[in-house]
Design a protein around this ligand. Structure first.
Ligand code: DAH
Length: 366
């Protein structure tokens, strides 16, 4: 036998005996790696006289090819064996109980927003949105709050340090009212929208969080008056609280963007020491609770948004979604809404299958 034959039979025997992928890799490096024995033989070809190289080259190349094929075949065999072993090891016991289904719930704020969208869709409103990072013009100026307007100070605004391309100061919107402006500018009149979303103010205690949720409403058409406002809010609140005895009280108020402005209170009654909505707040054992701000859209606001105030009029309102959720579902601390505590969420959250629909009742069953 030649040296090459000895080398070959030795290599093939070692490859055949390899127990695992790591051992096989060691052999590959040993024979075919840069410093490997067969690679060394290949290098000798260069120095041989041409006649010798003609006879030796095919033998050495043949050896390299055979060893490479053997390594490849053994690798496939080892992988196959490994898969077989794993399949034999891993068993599925179909008699085991099913794993607990993952638990997730719908946050009360999301639930209430869905309920509101459902109720107002039925009244012909569509849902509008706007950016949470707003400019000063949409958040204040176009809502009839000029630079020097004192109402600006009441909003505890989070401002950004820089201005946008047009030189507007940027801020986190302090209310959903700028969506009124954006919707009118984009769609013109007539219009019927609600705009739910997050708003931000630099304020924090048991009843105030720096981020909270509002729903804005806006109706613009010919001949709209305060009666339409009252009917709309009454109809909405009866559907939302699922009681017919909801009584509203409209109180004169002031907002720069409405004229006249009204604050809307809802009557409550004492039932076994608990305040339950319903009934005339002036009756004995009854009271009023402030619910939302509203009014007839100020002519100046219509002008800012490009709607002709001599042709169109309208009403608007803004209400706190978090407060509404607390009222309907009986939570008492606003801060818990944003803690992300799973115990709170599983207690107050709703099943994802409990979609509010008007036919089944918008009130959640959970
Ligand atoms: N934007 C007001 C706020 O956040 C709430 C509000 C009051 C909205 C009256 C309105 C409205 O649309 O007409 O305090």
């Amino acid at each position: 036998m030649t040296d090459l034959d000895t080398l070959k039979s030795g290599a093939l025997a070692q490859i055949d005996a390899a127990q695992d992928a790591a051992a096989l890799e060691t052999l590959r490096v040993e024979f075919l790696g840069k410093q490997g024995s067969i690679s060394g033989l290949m290098k000798t070809l260069g120095k041989m006289p041409p006649e010798e190289r003609q006879t030796e080259a095919p033998k050495i190349q043949g050896l390299r090819g055979d060893v490479a094929d053997a390594l490849e075949a053994k690798k496939a065999q080892l992988e196959e064996a490994e898969l077989e072993a794993r399949l034999a090891r891993e068993v599925v016991d179909l008699t085991l109980p099913a794993p607990q289904a993952p638990k997730g719930s719908v946050h009360p704020v999301s639930q209430v927003m869905d309920e509101l969208a459902e109720i107002f869709a039925d009244l012909g409103f569509s849902v509008a949105t706007g950016p949470e990072i707003e400019d000063d013009w949409h958040n204040f100026t176009a809502l009839n709050m000029a630079e020097t307007h004192p109402a600006r100070a009441m909003h505890d605004t989070f401002y950004f340090p820089d201005v946008d391309a047009e030189g507007h100061r940027m801020l986190l919107r302090t209310h959903t009212s700028p969506v009124q402006i954006r919707s009118m500018v984009e769609q013109g009149a007539p219009i019927r929208i609600i705009a739910p979303g997050r708003v931000y103010r630099s304020d924090s205690d048991a009843t105030h969080t720096p981020m909270f949720h509002q729903v804005e409403g806006l109706v613009i058409d010919k001949g709209i008056h305060l009666g339409h406002l009252k009917w709309t809010l009454e109809t909405f609140l009866k559907a939302f609280f699922e009681r017919e005895d909801i009584v509203l009280r409209l109180r004169p108020s002031y907002f720069p963007f409405t004229e006249p402005s009204v604050e809307v209170d809802v009557g409550w009654q004492d039932v076994d020491g608990r305040r339950v909505l319903g009934g005339d707040g002036d009756a004995p054992g009854h009271g009023w609770m402030e619910l939302l701000g509203s009014g007839m859209v100020n002519r100046r606001v219509l002008e800012f948004a490009g709607v002709d105030p001599d042709v169109y009029s309208g009403f608007a309102w803004g209400l706190g979604v978090d407060r509404l959720a607390m009222l309907k579902y009986g939570m008492d601390d606003l801060r818990a809404f944003f803690d992300g505590d799973n115990r709170w969420l599983s207690h107050y959250g709703f099943s994802p299958f409990d979609q509010p629909t008007l036919s089944a009742g918008v009130g959640a069953k959970a």
